[in-house]
Design a binder for this molecule. Structure first.
Ligand code: FHN
Length: 422
């Protein structure tokens, strides 16, 4: 059992803002994403032979963690077992694993040690469905004993993962609506997990019983989550479609652009969530150069604008024409994605504006504060950065005229002609 700390387990998660998702397994040998067995109706016994072609011969977990750190990612989530049932760790539940076959290495042990070495929080992805188990497909009504053994195997595998590798910070369950919460006995399962890892965070993909359960942060997939007061995380593929390596990833057009990545990240920030940015490594364990270079560029931008990112909360002032925003105490951060050129006006605030400056470099922004708006003047004609962040410091936490906060939703409003006199 790892020691229980006094910290709120969700605190590191809230503050992380950015993580690295890794989908890697024997499917990576084929280069058809992470689900070819099911999506392309492959012969299961032929597919299982990939376990001996999956050698991870160039797997260097320290290169993975160096990539995450260069991107300012604070946690990593690796597929310990995806739906195909192949286990990347030294499990006693099946010989279909990376120690008995292919790499002949405990890849999870190496991954966890490398993350710990550089202070990355450790996440493990675990698929609740297991396509390699016939009883999973036949279901309890057709194979009662086989299904019970499948559930027992799952419990044993999860107990191995949370008791044999030191502190695990995050369990990223995945799967489908079956087995159900009742079949998993998910409340007792979480109790077992926490008996080994009292501070562990569990996402929302382990089914909960009707009575509910005290686990589960939201995991919107391939989209940006909405602003809720609870922690959440958008998981998104860096290559638009596949989570596991796909040969189409050799086409640059399959990769999101830097601007698209930056926009998605800023959208997550401004709505209070994290971005879990996925990579599908090659079967040999190498990360695509494109992922490493793109996330390093993102990391450079994060470092230059970190004060607008960490420790901030969502803000809902009218800034739709400029981009997205965060707030921290007396400071409002404007993430300009649509650079306006020389001048931009914000609706009025009740507090006195003390200063305005570019976060990156600290240059002053000329402003005029009128009763109903703040005007930023003499801005550079061209955007200083793909996402330029301006910091507005007020004499108190900013609040905006009640008619100005997202005023498209505040009816009735005074006639526009009267706004300047408000
Ligand atoms: O079916 C999986 C898919 O392969 C991938 O692992 C994603 C990642 O969130 N989860 C499931 C689809 O929702």
């Amino acid at each position: 059992m790892t020691e229980k700390t006094n910290e709120d387990p969700m605190q590191w998660f809230r503050e992380a803002r950015l993580g690295m998702f890794v989908h890697w397994g024997i499917y990576s040998v084929l280069g058809h994403g992470e689900q070819p067995l099911y999506r392309e109706l492959l012969n299961p016994s032929e597919y299982a032979k990939l376990a001996d072609q999956f050698r991870a011969e160039r797997f260097d977990p320290h290169d993975w963690t160096a990539t995450a750190k260069a991107a300012n990612m604070r946690y990593m989530v690796l597929t310990a077992k995806h739906h195909d049932g192949f286990c990347l760790w030294n499990t006693n539940t099946t010989r279909y694993n990376a120690v008995e076959r292919g790499p002949k290495r405990d890849l999870i042990a190496e991954y966890v040690r490398a993350c710990r070495k550089v202070g990355l929080r450790v996440g493990l992805y675990y698929s609740l469905p297991d396509w390699s188990i016939p009883a999973f497909w036949s279901g309890p009504e057709n194979d009662r004993k086989g299904y019970r053994d499948f559930i027992r195997m799952g419990w044993r595998q999860m107990e191995e993962l949370v008791s044999n590798y030191g502190r695990i910070d995050l369990l990223w369950f995945d799967g489908s609506h079956w087995p159900t919460a009742q079949q998993w006995r998910s409340t007792q399962l979480v109790k077992m997990i926490r008996s080994h890892q009292p501070d562990i965070i569990i996402n929302d993909r382990l089914p909960k019983p009707k009575a509910g359960g005290d686990w589960g942060y939201a995991t919107p997939e391939q989209r940006i989550g909405g602003w809720i007061d609870e922690p959440w995380e958008s998981c998104i593929t860096s290559t638009r479609k596949f989570w596991g390596y796909h040969v189409c990833h050799e086409d640059p057009a399959m990769w999101y652009t830097d601007r698209e990545l930056l926009t998605m990240f800023v959208q997550c920030l401004s709505s209070g969530g994290n971005l879990l940015w996925n990579v599908g490594p090659y079967a040999n364990g190498e990360l695509p150069t494109r992922y490493k270079e793109q996330t390093r560029r993102l990391g450079d931008w994060v470092r230059r604008n970190r004060k607008a990112i960490y420790g901030t909360r969502p803000a809902r002032f009218e800034f739709a024409y400029g981009g997205f925003q965060t707030v921290k105490g007396n400071r409002l951060y404007l993430f300009f994605l649509f650079w306006p050129g020389k001048e931009y006006s914000l609706p009025g605030f009740n507090e006195k504006l003390r200063s305005a400056r570019f976060v990156d470099g600290g240059g002053t922004v000329d402003t005029v504060q009128e009763p109903h708006r703040i005007v930023m003047k003499n801005l550079p004609s061209d955007a200083p950065d793909p996402c330029t962040v301006v910091e507005l410091t007020f004499d108190a936490p900013p609040t905006v005229h009640e008619w100005a906060a997202c005023r498209l939703h505040n009816y009735p409003m005074p006639p526009m002609a009267e706004w300047a006199r408000l």
